[in-house]
Ligand binder design. Structure first.
Ligand code: GLU
Length: 293
């Protein structure tokens, strides 16, 4: 679909399991926001963590998106093909004097999982396997305006002195990969689940350190189950039934506070067209949402 604006959005699932209602809500919100703005909508497969992934999940997710009418533009970007780009970013951070190696075990790490001064101060000789961490200077303050959650500010340097950008097991870290790829794909708007709100200051910090633009962020409510827990693979959120795509889309629209077509349409394209026309982010509840029947 040709874009008529500079808007570039994306949905970035991790293939740890099939889509569930919570991930559909995030996908739908970013899709509707992009299409309403006549922008581009991309899908990026965040397949960075093979031990947590499920065989076949990436294809299953892509197929589910299509069955729900969520057609993306351009090719899907697989993070597993991007290690060179992450390596380049690490090199840049290193040149800026912002990286150090850390072999701390979990029990040696300080508050918020930071290393603090043990490895950085070179008080110990760091031995492999080690992680690479980025230094956050103590005075670092990160502020950004979230489209749904309002002004966010965090004294990141006070809460976190460093964080992992290359894992000890040799895998690329999500925080770095997401920043490198949002920049490479020229993403202007990130619409995603509010469970990632607290990761955003770290990502904005990395954007500043790498001198790449910060996208506009909107964090949509996390969907909870009957027990009030976030729907996730860990608490066995049921996989979406692709044969029930129209009713799944209606549930997701209700979670997002949006209007549904009055007619009993079974056609996902018509449902989505209606949803794009009536998309109103001001109606999205800020907090948790529980799907109503
Ligand atoms: N891959 C992440 C997840 O599935 C989302 C990353 C993002 O949207 O920034 O939780």
């Amino acid at each position: 679909m040709p874009a008529h604006s500079d808007y570039r959005g994306r949905f970035a699932p991790s293939p740890t399991g099939p889509l569930h209602l919570g991930s559909l809500v995030a996908a739908l919100a970013s899709f509707l926001d992009a299409r309403r703005a006549a922008g581009v909508w991309l899908v990026r497969m965040e397949d960075l963590d093979p031990p947590r992934e499920e065989a076949g999940a990436a294809n299953r997710i892509l197929n589910s998106l299509l069955r729900h009418g969520l057609n993306w533009d351009d090719e899907v970007l697989f993070q597993s093909t991007r290690s060179e780009a992450y390596q380049d970013a690490l090199r840049l951070l290193d040149e800026r004097g912002l990286l150090f190696d850390c072999d701390c075990s979990r029990s040696q790490l300080g508050p918020a999982g930071a290393c603090g001064n043990r490895c950085r101060g070179q008080r110990v000789q760091v031995k492999p396997p080690s992680a690479r961490r980025v230094i956050v200077p103590p005075q670092t303050y990160i502020a950004f305006e979230d489209g749904l959650q309002g002004l966010q500010g965090e004294a990141l340097g006070a809460t976190l002195s460093d964080f992992v950008v290359k894992r000890r097991d040799g895998l690329d870290a999500y925080q770095l990969a997401v920043v490198v790829d949002d920049a490479a794909q020229r993403i202007s708007h990130v619409v995603r689940g509010a469970d990632l709100l607290d990761a955003t200051p770290r990502q904005v910090y990395l954007q500043q350190a790498l001198a790449v633009p910060t996208p506009h962020y909107s964090h949509v409510p996390v969907i909870t189950n009957d027990a009030g827990q976030k729907l996730s693979k860990q608490n066995r959120a049921p996989a979406l039934d692709d044969n029930a795509a129209p009713s799944n889309l209606r549930s997701a629209l209700r979670c997002l506070g949006q209007t549904e077509p009055a007619t009993d349409s079974r056609d996902v394209t018509a449902l989505l067209e209606h949803a794009v026309r009536h998309w109103d982010p001001a109606r999205i509840p800020a907090g948790l949402a529980h799907p109503s029947p």
